[in-house]
Design a protein around this ligand. Sequence first.
Ligand code: AMP
Length: 572
Amino acid sequence: MSQGCDLSVLEELTSNAKQIQDDVLNKILKANANTEYLSRFLEGSSDKELFKKNIPVVSYEHVKPYIDRVANGEPSDIISGEPITTFNRSSGTSSGNQKIYPANNIYFENQLFGYALSSAVMSKHVDGYKQGKVMVFSFTHRISTTPCGLPVAPALTSFIKSKQYLSMAKNCTSPYEIVLCPDPKQSKYCQLLCGLVQRNEVVGVGATFPSVLVRVINFLEKYWKELASNIWSGTVSDWITDLSCRDSVSTILGEPNAELADLIEHECGGQKSWQGIITRLWPKTKYIETIVTGTMSQHIPALDYYSNELPLVSKVYASSEAFFGINVNPLSKPQHVSYTFLPNMSYFEFVEVDDDGGTTGEIVDLVNVKLGSYYELLVTNFSGLHRCRVGDVLQVTGFYNNTPQFRFVRRKNTVLCVDVEPTTEEDISKALARATVVLESSDLILTGFTCFGDISTVPGHYVFYVELKAKVNNGTNVLQLDNKVLVECCCVMEESLSSLYRRLRVKDGPIGPLEVRVVQQGTFDSLMEFFVARGTSISQYKTPMCISSAEALKVLEDKVLARFFSDKSPPV
Ligand code: AMP
């Protein structure tokens, strides 16, 4: 834990949010006022009113040219007074072009501070938190470089590889060397092995995002025999060739342990189901730590099943741009989770959004948000972002001292997501245009369409409902569906989706094959009737591009004629 990060710090921060936010902005403006970006608007001043009046609210695309210039070797002071030392590659992209956010030491210090404060909160709520170990599955990616040689990596990878992280890694069952292993399969296997050997010390099980945790359990289902046999013999499988992994796992593995091997065999092989497998293998586990708010809530049923409904703890809300807040009631139910913003992390502003998601234009400071209102978050950070849209919509649920707490509502532009890929309406339109070409070449016309992210399957996958009509009536009114054509539709749609989607749609990856469900003619009329019966005006009715309501889906599901799946992973 970073120095002095106890609960009194939380009280102090949240009691003085206004002053702290003003100080943060002042510090940022003093450091950055003479950058190329800000000096155009502020002429060297660090005055808050001038900042509010002159600095435009921007999206990533607007600042991208400046960021790219720094990435290509021009000086950091184009955007930031402090040198940019690294770039965080965000998962929040739909265009296929990855977003990279400038960062420096302050970003990592903030991450450490936020996590440390969140740990202090955890110790208050979970007995024995500090005494036990956490089996948190973490993975790192290879770090690439910008044309001028600065590192680019997902923020979590850079954080784990930063000096700040080491102090956090101490009470984890996974040795640091294993987390650093570039081969995810070897890393996963060794982390499980270490976790199993230390099973009696584990009080918490987790991963930053739940899709990873669910995949680890799937992996355990495949590998438990081999893991048990390694424990039985006291030797690690030969295919673990990464030397630092081998060394550190061997140290933890120690002597042969037949008793533990038998127990694993019994729990994994000798039972009717895998329900509660986490609590059976790690009996002292008190909670599952993983973020289950926002799109991640889709994993709650699986986690409940595997953990026998242990508390699911969403500790923090953070992104590649900044650390935002922590959950001060970590044991609250997922649907009640809110994040208390930490006013010392960055300067935060909020654009009110109305019920339809449109912005009303008013921009307010952190301490001036209204209970119950919805806002889009803007961030001004210590590494060159000024009034930049994060793309998240949040709702104010309460206040902790003088600091607001927010529920994560949704990504502003994502409409489909089954893992971490943000697919927008625009992406779906493009995919549909490709499918339409294929259908038309077979004399089929698309007369209705909507889609849905099906997470009842593992892995989750996209389902596209289509209503088709033959261009040429064959006299029978029966639609002839050619398997080859419809599978081709699935494939071309996948090919046109974002590069992140395609990367996740690899064999055994976290996204499964895209599915097209052809529905009977007239189905989309019934769908409209369904919405109209619930108050939608007919003249304004637009078929929703994406549907999540179970009732509306049932209207479609009752009329499915045939199902087709993509039969290959799209090129990455
Ligand atoms: P990235 O920049 O790739 O780390 O993605 C950051 C985004 O992930 C945020 O802007 C949110 O949309 C989402 N995210 C991060 N933390 C949470 C959370 N606790 N609850 C819901 N969504 C989150």
